[in-house]
Design a protein around this ligand. Structure first.
Ligand code: PHE
Length: 340
């Protein structure tokens, strides 16, 4: 009997638990109605009378020990629970919301990438420009009506009258003044025009200007470069057409349409049933502009083109209201997750 008791004592002492079901297993094994303590009480019957008293005491002590250990284990388990602050560790984590890039940034990066592939660098210039870079060097004579084509915001800066640049062509002047040909660069940036804000016009928007100056640059090079761009941007099936136009800084000048990728040039609301969409202006850089920027027009020729990023984005993502780009409505912005 003594031996039996000792065995149970040491088992109780060594028992460890880590969770509530193990605690319950402890209770059932030792203190349950069919547990070891109960068994030992049963065995007492067969103990000789003179030893009964002592054995009975030992079993009583054993039961007290088991109960004590049970209470201790239970307490340990509960305090461990509290130290986790009652947090439910099996709950899914807080979702982390990922920002999206602005559609204009996505398209600007794509345009830059397309021209990087054929050797164009990126150059930038200031948004507050002087008359020379925005107009005069670009062959807009003073009082020339072409200045009215671009509703300019004028601002005073000290003595000098400055303007918010009306196009990124101002950057081509800066590049030509500072670099030797061959020049192959694009200038993405924000431009400003004094227009009433509506779905189709805004007081600021974004352009990418392109400039290529070298010996023997021809109109055919311009056309092929723009066809390459249209195919990369709108798909292999894209076609372009050129319509004669006028810009003071290019001669000859053209406006370029791309075949409507929305209806496969069959005619839809977006292309006003013509199958064509206007995307940019371009032309051969006027010799007057080359000379104004210190480049010998007898040796060098070049082409320039300029496109609106909003316009390209509108065609790519079917955005039909210019105001959406600057309203910062999260429901609009979060749709553009590609390119992250
Ligand atoms: N700067 C012109 C505009 O803003 C676009 C253009 C750029 C046209 C270069 C021809 C050459 O409308």
């Amino acid at each position: 009997m003594k031996l039996e008791i000792e065995k149970v004592v040491s088992e109780i002492e060594q028992f460890v638990i880590t969770n509530t079901s193990e605690l319950e297993a402890f209770r059932i094994r030792f203190l349950g109605s069919k547990g070891l303590v109960k068994d030992l009480y049963g065995l007492l019957k067969s103990v000789p009378n003179e030893e009964k008293k002592e054995a009975g005491q030992q079993v009583n002590e054993l039961r007290a020990k088991a109960e004590e250990k049970y209470a201790l284990l239970k307490e340990q388990l509960e305090s461990a629970d509290q130290s986790r602050d009652g947090a439910d560790l099996s709950r899914p984590g807080e979702p982390s919301t990922i920002g999206a890039r602005h559609p204009l940034s996505l398209v600007r990066s794509e345009i830059i990438e397309i021209f990087n592939r054929i050797g164009y660098t990126v150059s930038e210039g200031p948004e507050i420009e002087d008359d020379w870079h925005n107009f005069s060097a670009l062959n807009f004579p003073p009082e020339h009506p072409a200045r009215d084509m671009q509703d300019t915001f004028f601002i005073e800066k000290g003595e000098q009258e400055m303007a918010l640049r009306t196009h990124t062509s101002s950057v081509q002047v800066r590049v030509m003044e500072n670099a030797e040909p061959p020049i192959r660069t694009i200038s993405p940036g924000r431009v400003y025009r004094n227009e009433a804000i509506s779905a189709r016009a805004h007081c600021f928007f974004h352009q990418v200007e392109g400039l290529y100056i070298d010996k023997d640059v021809s109109f055919a090079d311009l056309k092929q470069t723009l066809l390459y761009f249209a195919k990369e941007m709108f798909g292999e099936k894209a076609k372009i057409r050129m319509r004669p136009s006028y810009f003071p800084f290019t001669e000859p000048s053209a406006e370029v349409d791309v075949s409507c990728s929305i209806c496969n040039a069959e005619g839809c609301n977006v292309c006003k049933h013509t199958g064509w969409l206007e995307i940019l202006g371009c032309g051969m850089v006027d010799p007057n502009v080359l000379e104004a920027c210190g480049i010998d027009s007898k040796i060098y020729s070049g082409f320039a083109f300029g496109m609106g990023i909003e316009r390209i984005t509108q065609l790519k993502y079917r955005v039909n209201d210019l105001r959406l780009y600057s309203e910062n409505d999260i429901r609009f912005l979060k749709q553009f997750t590609s390119g992250i």
